[in-house]
Design a protein around this ligand. Structure first.
Ligand SMILES: C[S@@+](CC[C@H](N)C(=O)[O-])C[C@H]1O[C@@H](n2cnc3c(N)ncnc32)[C@H](O)[C@@H]1O
Length: 265
Protein backbone atom coordinates (compact mmCIF):
# COMPACT_ATOMS: atom_id res chain seq x y z
CA UNK A 1 0.00 0.00 0.00
CA UNK A 2 1.30 3.50 -0.90
CA UNK A 3 2.38 5.89 1.84
CA UNK A 4 -0.62 8.14 2.42
CA UNK A 5 -0.56 11.79 3.51
CA UNK A 6 -3.75 13.63 4.43
CA UNK A 7 -2.87 17.32 4.51
CA UNK A 8 -5.02 19.81 6.41
CA UNK A 9 -4.40 23.24 4.89
CA UNK A 10 -5.98 26.58 4.06
CA UNK A 11 -3.90 26.73 0.87
CA UNK A 12 -4.15 23.44 -1.05
CA UNK A 13 -3.17 25.27 -4.25
CA UNK A 14 0.40 25.56 -2.91
CA UNK A 15 0.79 21.80 -3.44
CA UNK A 16 -0.09 21.78 -7.16
CA UNK A 17 3.36 22.64 -8.66
CA UNK A 18 4.94 19.90 -6.61
CA UNK A 19 2.59 17.34 -8.14
CA UNK A 20 3.38 18.41 -11.69
CA UNK A 21 7.21 18.44 -11.90
CA UNK A 22 10.21 16.15 -11.49
CA UNK A 23 10.46 12.96 -9.49
CA UNK A 24 7.50 13.91 -7.31
CA UNK A 25 5.23 14.11 -10.37
CA UNK A 26 6.27 10.59 -11.33
CA UNK A 27 5.59 9.42 -7.78
CA UNK A 28 2.03 10.76 -7.94
CA UNK A 29 1.43 9.38 -11.42
CA UNK A 30 2.61 5.91 -10.41
CA UNK A 31 0.76 6.19 -7.08
CA UNK A 32 3.96 5.57 -5.10
CA UNK A 33 2.54 8.15 -2.69
CA UNK A 34 -1.07 9.10 -2.07
CA UNK A 35 -1.48 12.78 -1.08
CA UNK A 36 -4.97 13.96 -0.18
CA UNK A 37 -5.52 17.67 0.38
CA UNK A 38 -8.20 18.79 2.81
CA UNK A 39 -9.32 22.44 2.59
CA UNK A 40 -9.93 23.37 6.22
CA UNK A 41 -12.38 26.14 5.28
CA UNK A 42 -14.83 23.52 4.03
CA UNK A 43 -15.19 22.39 7.64
CA UNK A 44 -15.89 25.87 9.01
CA UNK A 45 -19.42 27.07 9.71
CA UNK A 46 -21.36 30.27 9.03
CA UNK A 47 -21.56 32.56 6.04
CA UNK A 48 -17.93 33.57 6.36
CA UNK A 49 -16.62 30.08 7.12
CA UNK A 50 -14.31 31.44 9.79
CA UNK A 51 -11.29 29.33 10.63
CA UNK A 52 -9.59 31.79 13.00
CA UNK A 53 -10.38 34.20 15.81
CA UNK A 54 -8.65 36.55 18.25
CA UNK A 55 -6.60 35.00 21.07
CA UNK A 56 -8.06 34.93 24.58
CA UNK A 57 -5.94 37.11 26.84
CA UNK A 58 -5.31 39.59 24.04
CA UNK A 59 -2.23 40.08 21.94
CA UNK A 60 -1.50 40.29 18.24
CA UNK A 61 -2.54 37.88 15.49
CA UNK A 62 -5.22 35.25 15.16
CA UNK A 63 -5.55 31.65 16.35
CA UNK A 64 -6.82 28.74 14.24
CA UNK A 65 -10.12 27.51 15.68
CA UNK A 66 -10.31 24.06 17.19
CA UNK A 67 -13.77 23.04 15.88
CA UNK A 68 -13.10 23.16 12.10
CA UNK A 69 -9.90 21.21 12.74
CA UNK A 70 -11.76 18.51 14.67
CA UNK A 71 -14.46 18.23 11.98
CA UNK A 72 -11.80 17.99 9.27
CA UNK A 73 -9.91 15.31 11.18
CA UNK A 74 -13.16 13.31 11.66
CA UNK A 75 -13.76 13.42 7.89
CA UNK A 76 -10.20 12.20 7.30
CA UNK A 77 -10.68 9.34 9.78
CA UNK A 78 -13.90 8.31 8.00
CA UNK A 79 -12.12 8.43 4.63
CA UNK A 80 -9.21 6.37 5.97
CA UNK A 81 -11.64 3.80 7.36
CA UNK A 82 -13.53 3.59 4.07
CA UNK A 83 -10.22 2.93 2.30
CA UNK A 84 -9.29 0.29 4.90
CA UNK A 85 -6.21 2.43 5.67
CA UNK A 86 -4.69 2.25 9.15
CA UNK A 87 -5.25 5.07 11.64
CA UNK A 88 -2.47 7.48 10.67
CA UNK A 89 -0.62 9.57 13.29
CA UNK A 90 -1.27 13.31 13.34
CA UNK A 91 1.80 15.50 12.72
CA UNK A 92 1.63 19.23 13.38
CA UNK A 93 4.26 21.55 11.92
CA UNK A 94 5.50 24.00 14.53
CA UNK A 95 8.72 25.88 15.36
CA UNK A 96 8.36 24.25 18.80
CA UNK A 97 8.49 20.74 17.31
CA UNK A 98 11.35 18.26 17.09
CA UNK A 99 13.68 19.14 14.19
CA UNK A 100 13.02 16.93 11.14
CA UNK A 101 15.87 14.50 10.44
CA UNK A 102 16.64 12.00 7.68
CA UNK A 103 16.20 9.24 10.26
CA UNK A 104 12.61 10.35 10.94
CA UNK A 105 12.02 10.72 7.18
CA UNK A 106 13.22 7.13 6.68
CA UNK A 107 10.84 5.87 9.38
CA UNK A 108 7.93 7.69 7.78
CA UNK A 109 8.92 6.37 4.34
CA UNK A 110 8.65 2.81 5.66
CA UNK A 111 5.33 3.47 7.44
CA UNK A 112 1.73 3.91 6.28
CA UNK A 113 1.86 7.76 6.29
CA UNK A 114 0.47 10.56 8.42
CA UNK A 115 -2.08 13.33 8.74
CA UNK A 116 -0.17 16.60 8.30
CA UNK A 117 -1.58 19.74 9.92
CA UNK A 118 -0.39 23.04 8.41
CA UNK A 119 -0.69 25.90 10.88
CA UNK A 120 -1.22 29.54 9.89
CA UNK A 121 -1.51 32.84 11.77
CA UNK A 122 -0.19 32.65 15.37
CA UNK A 123 -0.73 28.90 15.39
CA UNK A 124 -3.57 26.61 16.39
CA UNK A 125 -5.69 26.33 19.55
CA UNK A 126 -3.71 24.30 22.09
CA UNK A 127 -6.74 22.10 22.87
CA UNK A 128 -6.54 20.54 19.39
CA UNK A 129 -2.84 19.82 19.94
CA UNK A 130 -3.46 18.28 23.38
CA UNK A 131 -6.26 16.02 22.18
CA UNK A 132 -5.24 15.00 18.66
CA UNK A 133 -1.60 15.69 17.76
CA UNK A 134 0.85 12.80 18.08
CA UNK A 135 4.01 14.60 17.03
CA UNK A 136 5.17 18.18 16.44
CA UNK A 137 7.80 18.66 13.75
CA UNK A 138 9.97 21.71 13.11
CA UNK A 139 11.88 22.58 9.97
CA UNK A 140 14.42 24.68 11.85
CA UNK A 141 14.94 27.64 14.13
CA UNK A 142 13.13 30.23 12.04
CA UNK A 143 9.51 31.18 11.55
CA UNK A 144 7.60 30.56 8.32
CA UNK A 145 4.17 31.99 7.56
CA UNK A 146 2.57 28.56 7.39
CA UNK A 147 3.00 24.82 7.66
CA UNK A 148 2.63 24.19 3.92
CA UNK A 149 6.35 24.44 3.09
CA UNK A 150 7.23 22.08 5.96
CA UNK A 151 4.53 19.66 4.71
CA UNK A 152 5.91 19.83 1.16
CA UNK A 153 9.41 19.29 2.53
CA UNK A 154 8.40 16.21 4.47
CA UNK A 155 6.35 14.74 1.61
CA UNK A 156 9.21 15.37 -0.86
CA UNK A 157 11.81 13.76 1.42
CA UNK A 158 9.58 10.70 1.97
CA UNK A 159 8.55 10.45 -1.68
CA UNK A 160 12.09 10.20 -3.06
CA UNK A 161 12.70 7.19 -0.80
CA UNK A 162 9.79 5.22 -2.27
CA UNK A 163 10.85 2.31 -4.51
CA UNK A 164 10.90 3.24 -8.19
CA UNK A 165 10.73 7.01 -7.68
CA UNK A 166 14.40 7.81 -8.31
CA UNK A 167 15.85 6.58 -11.62
CA UNK A 168 18.82 5.06 -9.80
CA UNK A 169 17.66 3.22 -6.68
CA UNK A 170 21.12 3.47 -5.13
CA UNK A 171 21.25 7.25 -5.40
CA UNK A 172 19.54 8.06 -2.11
CA UNK A 173 21.68 5.50 -0.31
CA UNK A 174 24.71 7.72 -0.81
CA UNK A 175 22.93 10.97 0.06
CA UNK A 176 23.89 13.06 3.05
CA UNK A 177 22.65 11.64 6.38
CA UNK A 178 21.62 8.24 5.00
CA UNK A 179 24.71 6.77 6.66
CA UNK A 180 24.88 9.54 9.25
CA UNK A 181 27.56 11.55 7.38
CA UNK A 182 27.47 14.38 4.82
CA UNK A 183 27.82 13.50 1.13
CA UNK A 184 31.16 13.54 -0.74
CA UNK A 185 31.85 15.99 -3.63
CA UNK A 186 30.75 14.96 -7.14
CA UNK A 187 32.38 15.67 -10.52
CA UNK A 188 31.35 15.22 -14.16
CA UNK A 189 32.59 16.26 -17.61
CA UNK A 190 34.79 17.99 -18.71
CA UNK A 191 37.74 16.18 -17.15
CA UNK A 192 39.82 19.36 -17.14
CA UNK A 193 38.05 22.70 -16.86
CA UNK A 194 39.93 25.58 -18.43
CA UNK A 195 38.78 28.45 -16.26
CA UNK A 196 39.28 32.17 -16.54
CA UNK A 197 40.99 34.05 -13.75
CA UNK A 198 38.36 35.80 -11.67
CA UNK A 199 37.79 39.40 -12.77
CA UNK A 200 39.83 38.83 -15.95
CA UNK A 201 37.80 39.64 -19.04
CA UNK A 202 40.80 39.47 -21.43
CA UNK A 203 39.93 35.93 -22.49
CA UNK A 204 43.35 34.68 -21.32
CA UNK A 205 43.22 31.16 -19.91
CA UNK A 206 43.15 30.93 -16.12
CA UNK A 207 43.98 28.08 -13.80
CA UNK A 208 42.91 24.60 -14.82
CA UNK A 209 40.58 22.73 -12.51
CA UNK A 210 40.98 18.99 -12.82
CA UNK A 211 38.86 16.12 -11.53
CA UNK A 212 40.58 14.23 -8.67
CA UNK A 213 42.65 11.55 -10.50
CA UNK A 214 41.36 8.66 -8.37
CA UNK A 215 37.90 9.13 -9.90
CA UNK A 216 39.39 8.50 -13.35
CA UNK A 217 41.33 5.42 -12.22
CA UNK A 218 38.57 2.85 -12.70
CA UNK A 219 39.68 1.27 -9.42
CA UNK A 220 36.39 0.77 -7.56
CA UNK A 221 37.87 0.05 -4.13
CA UNK A 222 40.11 3.14 -4.28
CA UNK A 223 37.20 5.28 -5.44
CA UNK A 224 34.99 3.99 -2.63
CA UNK A 225 37.74 4.71 -0.07
CA UNK A 226 38.33 8.22 -1.48
CA UNK A 227 34.60 8.97 -1.28
CA UNK A 228 34.39 7.69 2.29
CA UNK A 229 37.37 9.85 3.29
CA UNK A 230 35.84 12.91 1.65
CA UNK A 231 32.63 12.26 3.59
CA UNK A 232 34.61 11.97 6.82
CA UNK A 233 36.61 15.14 6.05
CA UNK A 234 33.62 17.30 5.16
CA UNK A 235 31.56 16.01 8.08
CA UNK A 236 34.42 16.52 10.57
CA UNK A 237 34.93 20.07 9.28
CA UNK A 238 31.31 21.15 9.07
CA UNK A 239 29.28 18.95 11.44
CA UNK A 240 31.67 17.37 13.97
CA UNK A 241 28.72 16.27 16.12
CA UNK A 242 27.70 13.86 13.33
CA UNK A 243 31.12 12.20 13.57
CA UNK A 244 30.65 11.79 17.33
CA UNK A 245 27.21 10.26 16.75
CA UNK A 246 28.53 7.83 14.10
CA UNK A 247 31.33 6.84 16.47
CA UNK A 248 28.84 6.26 19.30
CA UNK A 249 26.80 3.99 16.99
CA UNK A 250 29.97 2.02 16.22
CA UNK A 251 29.83 2.97 12.53
CA UNK A 252 33.45 4.16 12.15
CA UNK A 253 36.00 1.55 11.12
CA UNK A 254 39.63 1.48 12.28
CA UNK A 255 40.54 2.84 8.84
CA UNK A 256 38.06 5.71 9.33
CA UNK A 257 39.48 6.51 12.77
CA UNK A 258 43.02 6.47 11.39
CA UNK A 259 42.04 8.88 8.61
CA UNK A 260 40.31 11.20 11.09
CA UNK A 261 43.32 11.18 13.43
CA UNK A 262 45.56 12.39 10.54
CA UNK A 263 43.13 15.11 9.50
CA UNK A 264 44.03 18.73 10.12
CA UNK A 265 40.81 20.70 10.41
C1 LIG B 1 3.59 32.37 11.70
S1 LIG B 1 3.77 30.70 12.18
C2 LIG B 1 3.36 30.76 13.90
C3 LIG B 1 4.54 30.98 14.76
C4 LIG B 1 4.23 30.87 16.23
N1 LIG B 1 3.46 31.96 16.70
C5 LIG B 1 5.56 30.80 16.97
O1 LIG B 1 6.10 31.86 17.29
O2 LIG B 1 6.07 29.70 17.19
C6 LIG B 1 2.40 29.90 11.44
C7 LIG B 1 2.56 28.42 11.22
O3 LIG B 1 3.66 28.16 10.36
C8 LIG B 1 4.21 26.90 10.63
N2 LIG B 1 5.66 27.08 10.89
C9 LIG B 1 6.30 28.25 10.99
N3 LIG B 1 7.62 28.07 11.21
C10 LIG B 1 7.83 26.74 11.24
C11 LIG B 1 8.96 25.92 11.44
N4 LIG B 1 10.18 26.43 11.66
N5 LIG B 1 8.82 24.58 11.40
C12 LIG B 1 7.59 24.03 11.21
N6 LIG B 1 6.46 24.77 11.03
C13 LIG B 1 6.57 26.10 11.04
C14 LIG B 1 3.47 26.33 11.82
O4 LIG B 1 2.48 25.42 11.36
C15 LIG B 1 2.84 27.57 12.43
O5 LIG B 1 1.67 27.28 13.15
Amino acid sequence: MAVRFDVITLFPELFAPFQSVGVTRRAFETKAVDVRLWQLREFAEGVYRRVDDRPFGGGPGMVMLVEPLVRCLSAIRADQQAAAAPRLPVVLFSPAGKPLTQQRVQQLAEGPGAVLVCGRYEGIDQRFIDAHVDEEVSLGDYVLSGGELPALTLIDAVTRLQPGVLHDAASHEQDSFSDGLLDCPHYSRPEVLQGLAEGDDSGAPGAEAAVPPVLMSGHHAHIARWRREQQLRITAQRRPELIDAARARGELSKQDEHFLSQLTL
